[in-house]
Write a protein that binds this ligand. Structure first.
Ligand code: UDP
Length: 282
């Protein structure tokens, strides 16, 4: 299952992308181009990028990341550095329905693309096709547990390295260089970065030129879901747009501030904001 884009979709791109940069239709929020592709097309595109040995910095755009791009100085340009952004969560789909402005440049987002499912499916591809994976981040020991669980389920999976850096290491240039060398020495095709937003996207953006893996995915809590240290919501809850409520119920201490005090008011604001909904006025 390599290239899933039809020639029609490729042609459509040229009229939808202002920079003629994307080989697929995109929809914009806060001037961030989001791939208007379904789940299988996203997965097919990522596999194609590995085949073509084409470095692809992905962003799994959820409401929290959109809010951080809006509120945190410098983070918008981090996200704009990404090569491939997809809609991880129903709020992003809902906002894309409210789009105003230059609709010629936009295409409706067909469905939500859970980043943690993409991570799982890339693991399956590693098992089937031998692609190699490096896991950077998650709390100490968690990536090792995830690796062991994956190897139990997918005996041919190739997790060629894991590393859980301390916060200071990520800020220190010399130590970051050592992390990069460690990752690159494994010749990994796929890099999962589980450091939480905005740290994971910022670290990737700062080092993208030196990184050698082809598909680079900042993956939040996905490694915890695989290791079993965090509970993943059933997909039907996610499809209804209530994954955040499920996660909040399981971890209120950590997530109340994020979801209730930050993201919920931001969703209401974004729904009325021309700056966020329009794609042509930044
Ligand atoms: N994490 C980390 N170092 C940090 C901050 C976070 O390794 O400095 C890890 C954390 O242990 C977790 C992952 O990043 O495994 C995702 O964090 P979070 O749960 O905030 O992401 P979410 O999926 O909720 O966006």
């Amino acid at each position: 299952m390599v290239a899933t884009l039809t020639s029609d979709e490729s042609k459509a791109t040229l009229s939808h992308s202002p920079m003629h940069r994307f080989p697929f239709k995109v929809s914009y929020l806060l001037d961030i181009p989001i791939a208007s592709l379904n789940y299988q097309q996203i997965l097919g595109y990522l596999e194609q990028q590995i085949h073509l040995r084409q470095k692809t910095f992905c962003v799994t755009l959820n409401l929290d990341i959109l809010r951080l791009a809006y509120e945190v100085k410098g983070f918008h340009s981090v996200i704009k550095k990404a090569d491939f952004v997809f809609a991880d969560g129903m709020p992003i789909i809902w906002l894309s329905w409210l789009k105003t402005g230059n609709t010629v440049r936009t295409a409706p987002l067909p469905e939500r693309i859970p980043g943690c499912d993409i991570v799982q499916d890339l693991c399956h591809l590693s098992h089937e096709k031998g692609y190699t994976i490096f896991i950077l981040g998650a709390a100490s020991g968690v990536a090792e547990v995830a690796k062991a669980k994956l190897e139990e389920k997918l005996p041919n999976i190739q997790v060629v390295g894991t590393y859980a850096p301390a916060s200071e290491e990520l800020k220190d240039l010399q130590k970051s260089k050592a992390i990069l060398e460690n990752i690159n020495a494994t010749n990994a095709d796929i890099l999962f970065v589980a450091l939480g937003a905005p740290k994971q996207e910022t670290w990737i953006a700062n080092h993208i030129d030196q990184l050698t893996p082809f598909v680079i995915v900042p993956c939040g809590g996905s490694i915890d879901f695989i290791a079993g240290t965090q509970k993943k919501s059933p997909s039907w809850i996610g499809r209804l747009g209530f994954e955040w409520l499920y996660r909040l119920a399981h971890n209120p201490g950590r997530l109340f501030h994020r979801y209730i005090l930050n993201d919920l008011p931001f969703l209401l604001k974004a729904g009325c904001s021309r700056k966020i909904l329009r794609s042509d006025n930044l």
